[in-house]
Design a protein around this ligand. Structure first.
Ligand code: ZN
Length: 171
């Protein structure tokens, strides 16, 4: 049986998972390659969250804590974000889709994000990506006996990465 892409008026095969809700539920819809690319490009995990919700995300166990053991699973929202960011088989984050910082006007949020990721404003998108991967390896809870301190650190890094992606990604 062929599963059809869930995008409106599309009849291609739906082979890629796109989460429906920003929680840990396993609800997703299946999209074709073209539409999963559009979905992923427009999608920012933290985009519609207010500061309080982001803070909650950073502090809560609900997303990160429970997903570490099933790290390879792409069944929940955060894991899908995660897999997209790390693997990028769909070339969503290829450097031609990103610009550099304009030195004169870097926002405070971006400054904070760069600081969390131990980077400066000279950085290119490729370097942000490789630094992200490096930090993920360093702070992954599975490599640190599930230490809560490292979980929080890694959430902050992921948040910072997401912030920089939003700023530098071309619309
Ligand atoms: Zn489609």
């Amino acid at each position: 049986m062929k599963i059809i892409c869930d995008w409106e008026n599309c009849n291609e095969t739906g082979a890629y998972k796109a989460p429906i809700e920003k929680d840990n539920s396993k609800k997703y819809r299946l999209l074709c390659l073209t539409h999963i690319k559009i979905f992923n490009k427009n999608w920012n995990y933290f985009e519609n969250m207010n500061d309080q919700e982001i803070e909650f995300f950073i502090k809560s166990d609900l997303t990160w804590h429970k997903s570490t053991k099933t790290f390879g699973s792409s069944d929940n929202f955060f894991n899908i974000l995660w897999n997209n960011a790390l693997d990028d088989k769909l070339n969503i984050f290829q450097s031609s889709n990103f610009r550099d910082f304009k030195k004169t006007k870097v926002s405070q949020q971006d400054r904070d994000a760069l600081q969390v990721m131990e980077l400066n404003e000279e950085v290119k998108w490729e370097q942000i990506q490789s630094k992200f991967k490096e930090l993920v390896k360093k702070y992954h809870p599975d490599k640190n006996q599930g230490n809560k301190k490292f979980e929080d650190k890694l959430k902050k890094i992921t948040l910072a990465y997401s912030q920089l992606k939003k700023t530098l990604g071309k619309k």
